[in-house]
Design a binder for this molecule. Structure first.
Ligand code: NAD
Length: 371
């Protein structure tokens, strides 16, 4: 067999936590011979450029994306700042890996999706959990019909409030930061990926805000039921208001999938690996050294070990680089799925706000409705 892998020149827009991780992984990949970064905070740009040995650094993503060496782009800016770098990359016809969500506004997300599809560029969305063996095995069992027709799915996502507080701190518009749009979207993507043969037609949801409402004007959690056209149900709950002392530093998830011929349950709560120490170094996304007991591996991205990130984001990034180099098919979510997940999470938030069921899909005008 003769393989002719393409070279990759990688432009990373937004060199924060995720930009650094993807950059370090790309720097080790045999087909990547050039990395450029665009980062608006100069000290951060320097730190990341030094860590990954970047060939080009700028604060202006347009200048980066226009570089002739660039053949692909990672868009890893803050959630509400994905749109402009995506459109600049689409203009140059560059394939992209875009962090979730595709955008935070439904009209913008629809516009971005239309631009991507019109230009025919290969854009994937960072639904990193699709790269974990447990969800892949579940996907395989559902799609090969082992459970028979799946009629009911339940997911319970519990998150430490450290994550929520970090998100609210970083935003000057708390209405933009909902647990469903920012974090619940990962659990939702996993379930909707399993249910991709079915059409969601209605959602009913309610939210609570007693813990994060007073100080952060935030939502603690949301419960919802999505009904599919054949009467199947997806019941989900996310709370990102668990107290800081809760041993899961980031995400814990339980999923149950019931079909007419079988059932599959997945415990992803991380209770199987417990660390208790007198002096904590802090775990996960927004480390807090006062926490001394931890369910390890709850940070969905992965964990640092022996100087490198181990876990799903590594698999996901390497798989994407191979997709680019060899043109292989991968299980990454595509832009249309990214838009669909944003639409669903917005519909859940809308139903919770209106306190009544909402027909799916919703339009950008529906998103703004208050009655
Ligand atoms: N797949 C996952 O599991 C996962 C995990 C964490 C975060 N994320 C997603 O990754 C994205 C980034 O998250 P993060 O935690 O790395 O955030 P972060 O705040 O650490 O990094 C974002 C960086 O982008 C920079 N930036 C913003 N706009 C820019 C612009 N126009 N030009 C240049 N630089 C710009 C900021 O200065 C910042 O350094 C978000 O969309 C987030 O939801 C995904």
């Amino acid at each position: 067999m003769k393989k002719q892998p393409k070279r990759i020149g990688l432009a990373i827009v937004g060199a924060g936590r995720v930009g650094l991780i993807r950059g370090e992984l790309a720097a080790r990949h045999p087909q990547v011979d050039w990395i450029g970064i665009a980062e608006k905070i100069p000290e951060r740009a320097k730190l990341v450029a030094d860590r990954i040995g970047a060939d080009f650094v700028t604060a202006d993503f347009r200048e980066l994306v226009a570089r002739p060496e660039a053949t692909a782009v990672v868009v890893s800016t803050d959630e509400h700042l994905h749109v402009d770098p995506i459109l600049a990359s689409v203009e140059r016809g560059l394939p992209m890996m875009i962090e979730k969500p595709l955008a935070t506004d439904l009209a913008e997300s629809a516009g971005v999706l239309a631009a991507i599809e019109k230009a025919g560029v290969d854009a994937v969305i960072g639904y990193t959990q699709r790269f974990r063996r447990r969800w892949l095995v579940a996907k395989e069992k559902v799609s090969t019909g082992q459970l028979g027709d799946v009629t009911m799915v339940t997911s319970r996502a519990f998150m430490n409030r450290l994550v929520a507080i970090d998100n609210y701190k970083r935003s000057d518009n708390p209405a933009e930061i909902s647990p469903m749009v920012i974090s619940g979207t990962h659990a939702l993507d996993i379930v909707m990926w399993m249910m991709e043969a079915k059409t969601p037609v209605e959602v009913y949801a309610r939210s609570v805000d007693k813990a994060l409402g007073p100080e952060w004007k935030g939502i603690d959690g949301t419960g919802f039921v999505i009904t599919f056209s054949d009467g199947s149900l997806y019941h989900g709950v996310i709370s990102w208001a668990l107290p800081v002392v809760w041993p899961g530093a980031v995400y814990s998830l339980e999923v149950g999938i019931v079909g007419v011929e079988g059932v599959l349950t997945i415990d992803d709560t991380h209770r199987d690996i417990v660390l208790a120490v007198n002096q904590s170094q802090g775990e996960g996304y927004a480390p807090d050294q006062t926490r001394r007991v931890d369910f390890l591996t709850s940070y969905p991205v992965g964990d640092m070990a022996l100087g490198e990130l181990r876990g799903p984001m590594r698999e996901e990034t390497n798989s994407w680089l191979t997709r680019l180099a060899l043109g292989l098919k991968t299980q990454h979510a595509i832009a249309a799925e990214g838009h669909n997940r944003l639409m669903l999470t917005k519909a859940i938030d809308l139903s919770a706000r209106l306190k009544r069921p909402v027909k799916l899909p919703i339009s950008p005008e529906d998103e703004k409705r208050t009655a």
